[in-house]
Ligand binder design. Structure first.
Ligand code: PLP
Length: 409
């Protein structure tokens, strides 16, 4: 079979390899601390589960939904967006109207958006460390990723000057992801203000704001966005959100896109010819669901994330590794920097490479039963993403193992 060059360009997930090993080790009865989770391992809200159960009595729940999603749900998504972000979409600009499209998860929403916007050779700016799928989606659409790097020293905040330097005539889209995967931080409001001012200068650029972790901030202030400073930017902003992370429902596959109707109508066309409408049963349950309950549901989860972040800080500090710590504030990740710890020296002795994140994570798993995601996956050398969701006791055991490993040069 001759495969398309488009699909062959997509890289395989390097996390799969280590994950498969972690699963195999656990099935062989070995003690494995799996800190790779990209989801909350908690039961979803019982009110939401009950709604799904009761909707399953209706035949409509088993049939196609309208391509863009049930109108009641789209209206609700728009309403919730306006209330939580304190934005009035009616007053953004004369003649511009907005809509929401319901898709099969945030990933599907993003692929739709990039598919609708990117032509061959268009540039898409991404800040690193980035969520693994952005560059692969861009490649699939024939676009070119332009990376703006950030470092742990500046708490992963992209420099506005560097962004401007990298904008060219071909820049079609800039992706902003706040709260951020994999760093577990959200950009400060003053950064958002400066970014808004910069975007005013480049009217041809569309901004994708990936807000899938919006409600998952566990330190104030809550995430804010550039368009709250300059609402007219919403004319060329696409917001991606969904229920995967904030309702602990990654498997239900529901994502949202909020954008001017100029774009949502095209996405509607694309979705209609590819996947059709998203899961009817879950959409119908969401039509009845009170979105204001999400922060209530997340409160104990956020407390848990805060406690685990604090345990990590205390453990690093106890072993004189405080310089590795930065304050995670949102989502449920922490990006650990090996380059500032003694362990990196041992790996450097073995070779000339720039990035040892895979080798380090492989050894951590094989010798110590600790699974992390190598920073290589996020375009950030010599780092690894750890998830903060594990229960308190195993999390403490895991970070004790980790810290001893970090000190072993
Ligand atoms: N955006 C970011 C930053 C993510 O981390 C993820 C999932 O990990 C998604 C989008 C996609 O979420 P979904 O599971 O709804 O496809």
């Amino acid at each position: 079979m001759e495969l398309s060059s488009r699909v062959q360009k997509i890289s395989e997930s390097i996390t799969l390899k280590l994950n498969a090993k972690a699963t195999r080790m656990a099935s062989e009865g070995k003690k494995v601390y799996n800190l790779t989770a990209g989801q909350l391992p908690f039961r979803p809200m019982s009110e939401f589960v009950d709604l799904i159960r009761s909707e399953s009595d209706f035949i409509k729940s088993f049939q196609y939904s309208p391509v863009a999603g049930f109108p009641e749900l789209r209206k609700k998504v728009l309403q919730n967006f306006q209330e939580t972000r304190k934005i009035d979409l009616e007053t953004v600009a004369e003649g511009v109207s907005f809509d929401a499209v319901i898709s099969n998860g945030g990933k599907h929403a993003l692929t739709n958006v990039l598919g609708a916007l990117i032509d061959h050779g268009d540039e898409v700016m991404i800040f690193s460390p980035y969520w693994v799928s952005y560059p692969e989606m861009v490649k699939f659409c024939g676009g070119k990723s332009v990376i703006v790097e950030t470092t742990p020293f500046d708490v992963f905040i992209p420099s506005i000057e560097e962004i401007e330097r990298k904008i060219t005539d071909k820049t079609k889209v800039i992706i902003v992801n706040s709260p951020q995967n994999p760093t577990g931080t959200h950009y400060r409001d003053d950064w958002m203000q400066k970014f808004a001012e910069l975007m005013e200068k480049y009217p041809k650029v569309t901004i994708i704001s990936d807000e899938i972790y919006y409600e998952l901030f566990y330190y104030d202030p809550r995430p804010t966005y550039f368009y709250q400073h300059k609402p007219e930017l919403l004319k060329r902003t696409v917001i991606v959100d969904g229920i995967s992370k904030t309702l602990a429902s990654t498997g239900l596959r529901i994502g949202f896109t909020i954008a001017p109707t100029e774009l949502t109508s095209v996405i509607n066309k694309l979705q209609g010819q590819t996947t059709s409408g998203a899961n009817s049963l879950v959409q119908r349950a969401l039509c009845q669901f009170d979105f204001n309950q999400i922060p209530v549901y997340l409160e104990p989860i956020k407390r848990h994330l805060r406690d685990n972040a604090e345990a990590l800080r205390a453990c690093l500090s106890e072993h004189k590794l405080s310089h590795v710590y930065y304050q995670p504030t949102s989502a449920f990740y922490y990006l650990l920097d090996f380059s500032q710890t003694p362990v990196i020296e041992r790996f450097k002795k073995g070779g000339e490479k720039e990035d040892y994140s895979f080798e380090i994570c492989e050894e951590l798993l094989e010798k110590h039963g600790l699974a992390l995601v190598p920073g290589q996956a996020f375009g950030c050398a010599n780092t690894a993403r750890m998830s903060l969701v594990l229960e308190k006791e195993p999390f403490k055991e895991a970070i004790d193992i980790l810290v001893k490993f970090l000190l072993d040069s």
